[in-house]
Write a protein that binds this ligand. Structure first.
Ligand code: GDP
Ligand code: IMO
Ligand code: MG
Length: 423
């Protein structure tokens, strides 16, 4: 088995968690390499439902799980997640969880400012998860974040807190928000520092341990269209979500990433604001939302639903040089009489095979669709390719043809075993 990166090809929620859990038995370690607790992965195994946010999805199979340097970590949220998953029968300990000690922390001031700025934006809000991940990333590149490794040395910590508050209190004064005292931050940090320290491992040691593994899976959160550089900016998250980020965020060299598996939902969803050319605001959109149970794991918001958009996906595939796809939620389309795939955009009578970055053009996009007959029979839980109805196979073939990638896994239900391995 080769070291494999798992990358969402849409706006997140493609079913990455399910696929990572499904594949994890073939791997020795699973590494999260970007994002934070803005992610929400639902995994169903043996009648139990696991909801993961920061923990790599390999924990359910008790694989060595790493939160890599590219992730921002909210310790309170992490401890809450650990408590819940332990109640669900999965033991978490320093034996199976390592957090790179240079990860930057998400603190209460980040959650607050995320919410404050979203409120101020009114109709222009991004629709963030308000979990403080964006502001924490800003502090990281602003070189004022507090990292796990800063927590144990008091003089260092005092200086870090001062620098953090110098910035945040200036911002808060400008926004007419009350300032935060260093005491408040110290209380918060003191309450978590020993608990998080037991999982903290130098990035160098993580690299050494991963090098000894036969096969490592790198688990991406979010999806390519939310990438801060290439996504639908500014309606994006704050991290990079492509093959390029895998090595940076995982404490390893790029040559150790051998292949990429793109995760593609058989239709499209998006949570929060931003362009969505193939969005369906009619009864079919509502059908997809209900049938696919498209409600956000993190925020409980309804996900917007629409047809598969090959224009956007083609770009996502290129960004991570994806040759292989896991196609998820095929069963959600079971009852539809007709299914469409967007193959191009028309904007002011010009045809585009990519999404132009000019925001003013987005409202003028007319998707060009190819239409297919549905299969109108249940594929739920099918485990073998030969049992899929012909029209479903044709739909998959069409996706392969349009993406020049091979569909190697098909997910036909939320449960671990409801999966087809094509090869
Ligand atoms: P992630 O963020 O990419 O891990 O995806 P989420 O977990 O947020 O959303 C995917 C949802 O679809 C979860 O509730 C999964 O349990 C569910 N799911 C995953 N694969 C399938 C599938 O093939 N069919 C159906 N019906 N549900 C699925
Ligand atoms: P998983 O890993 C879907 C979206 C938010 C918002 C934008 C910015 O479950 O696929 P942020 O809080 O990151 O600043 O919000 O990004 N978003 C996601 N949408 N799935 C996710 O993760 C997401 N993580 C962030 O809804 O539109
Ligand atoms: Mg999700």
């Amino acid at each position: 088995m080769k070291n494999t990166a798992i990358i969402g090809l849409q706006w997140g929620d493609e079913g990455k968690g399910k696929i990572v859990d499904f594949l994890a038995d073939k791997f020795d370690a699973v590494v999260r390499f970007q994002g934070g607790n803005n992610a929400g992965h639902t995994i169903k195994v043996d009648g139990k439902t696991f909801k993961l946010s920061l923990l790599p999805s390999g924990v359910i199979r008790q694989k060595f799980s790493v939160i890599g340097s590219g992730v921002v970590v909210d310790p309170i949220s992490l401890f809450d997640e650990i408590e819940k998953i332990e109640k669900n029968g999965v033991k978490i300990s320093p034996q199976n969880l390592a957090i790179a000690d240079n990860v930057c922390l998400v603190l209460s001031l980040h959650r607050q400012i995320d919410q404050i700025l979203e409120n101020k934006k009114g109709n222009n809000k991004i629709g963030t998860t308000c979990r403080g991940n964006g502001p924490a990333h800003e502090d990281k590149v602003g070189r004022r974040a507090i990292r796990i490794c800063d927590l144990q040395h008091q003089p260092t910590l005092i200086q870090r807190v001062e620098e953090l508050l110098l910035y945040h209190n200036a911002l808060r004064r400008g926004l007419n928000e009350p300032e935060i005292s260093s005491l408040t931050i110290f209380d918060e940090l003191n309450s978590i520092k020993d608990k998080i320290a037991k999982y903290a491992v130098p990035a160098f040691e993580i690299a050494q341990r991963l090098e000894k593994c036969n096969a490592v899976m790198f688990e991406g959160a979010q999806g390519a269209l939310l990438d801060v550089s290439y996504g639908t900016y500014p309606f994006v998250t704050s991290s990079n979500i492509s093959l390029g980020q895998v090595a940076v965020g995982s404490c390893i060299g790029f040559e150790n990433v051998h292949k990429t598996l793109g995760i593609l939902k058989a239709y499209t969803t998006r949570v929060g604001s931003g362009p969505f050319p193939t969005e369906l605001t009619d009864e079919i959109g509502e059908f997809l939302r209900i049938e696919g149970q498209e409600v956000g794991t993190v925020t409980g918001r309804n996900r917007r639903c629409g047809w598969l958009d090959l224009v956007l996906i083609s770009h996502a595939l290129k960004l991570s040089a994806v040759k292989e796809i896991a196609l998820t939620k095929l069963d959600v389309l079971d009852k539809l009489a007709k299914i469409k795939i967007c193959v191009a955009y028309k904007i002011n009578n010009k045809t585009y095979n990519y999404l132009p970055q000019n925001i003013e053009l987005w409202s003028k996009i007319e998707p060009v669709y190819e239409e297919f007959d549905g299969w109108q029979t249940s594929t739920l839980g099918i485990k073998s390719l030969k049992d899929l109805p012909k029209n479903a196979l044709d739909y998959i073939k069409k996706i392969e043809e349009l993406t020049s990638a091979k569909v190697v896994i098909i997910s036909t239900g939320a449960k671990r075993e409801e999966t087809i391995i094509v090869n």
